[in-house]
Design a protein. Structure first.
Length: 309
């Protein structure tokens, strides 16, 4: 059994415009790095966290990554183990990129590797969801599932939990994180509690069409289905220059444009990396002209989920 390991877990785009709480995909950049070491003294300890500006708790019971690991150790009867964790946040928190999901997945994946993989990824998923619930109050799987499995995932149901891996398109994802604050809890509270039947029918058609497009690699269909008539109209009001950014992206080769998770990060999908990079540069300049700083990332769809570095 190895004593130490270094892993990477990816950021994720949840919802994919029309698939609120049920669709998500992973990206190669950004993500979190984690070092884990097994020790003889029982207990889980967070030795250090980098890149969080001191925002994350070092208390093992209150931190997403350590709480997930503690829960897993208890479940498999290995509370005799000592675990030291060093977390390097290489992605912005509260960005809509699944920051807490990446941390939880990194910790669980690392421990499972060190213990010679006693659990499958499917078995690790509920522990990652526990960590997500600790971080944001909701144990949703639309970030943790793609972070753990890689690629596109569909959350078919929660009771019982059933996750379906979808085909992965050869596309480039352009991500822009504007430096504005949109807390996940606030973003959820503004969503309508009642939906018109005609809007629900439109949304169901878009979700079904998007999933069909992944199987048929019909990118024109995928683009036509990346439309949200329920959540985006209200959430987009929290993101400065959203409509202008969307217009710019769609006029310059984007298949679709939308909010990553609860925002404020926005994403768009492209057939060409050059197109994606050009649009990212234009969007960054657009926000800069309004006095808003931003981070940009360009990535293919991540097919692997977490990896050993």
């Amino acid at each position: 059994m190895k004593k130490s390991i270094k892993v990477f877990a990816p950021a994720t785009v949840a919802n994919v415009v029309c698939g609120f709480d049920i669709l998500g995909f992973a990206v190669n950049e950004p993500g979190d790095e984690l070092m884990m070491e097994l020790t003889e003294k029982p207990g889980v300890n967070i030795v250090s966290i980098e890149g969080d500006e001191g925002k994350l708790p070092l208390d093992p019971q209150k931190n997403t990554v350590s709480a997930s690991v503690i829960s897993l150790l208890k479940q498999i009867g290995r509370e005799d183990l000592g675990v030291n964790i060093r977390l390097k946040k290489k992605m912005p928190m509260g960005s809509g990129l699944g920051s807490s999901a990446a941390s939880a997945v990194a910790g669980l994946f690392a421990l499972n590797e060190l213990l010679d993989q006693p659990l499958t990824k499917e078995q690790l998923l509920p522990f990652a969801m526990e960590g997500e619930a600790l971080a944001c109050g909701h144990g949703h799987a639309d970030n943790v599932a793609p972070a753990l499995f890689g690629g596109f995932t569909l959350i078919k149901s929660y009771e019982p939990l059933e996750v379906i891996a979808l085909p992965v398109p050869n596309l480039y994802c352009a991500l822009l994180y504007p430096h504005v604050d949109v807390p996940t809890r606030d973003a959820r509270q503004i969503i309508r509690s009642k939906v018109l039947l005609k809007d629900a029918v439109t949304q169901w058609g878009n979700i079904a069409g998007l999933i069909s497009s992944l199987y048929t690699q019909d990118y024109d269909l995928l683009g036509r289905c990346m439309k949200d008539v329920i959540v985006e109209p209200v959430r987009s009001m929290l993101i400065p220059e959203f409509d202008k950014m969307k217009e710019t992206a769609m006029e310059n080769g984007a298949l679709g444009f939308g909010i990553s998770g609860s925002g404020p990060t926005v994403f768009s999908l492209y057939r060409s990396a050059d197109n994606a990079q050009k649009v990212l540069s234009n969007l960054k300049q657009l926000l800069a002209s309004k006095g808003i700083e931003s981070n940009i990332y360009l990535s293919e769809i991540n097919k692997n989920g977490p990896i050993v570095l």
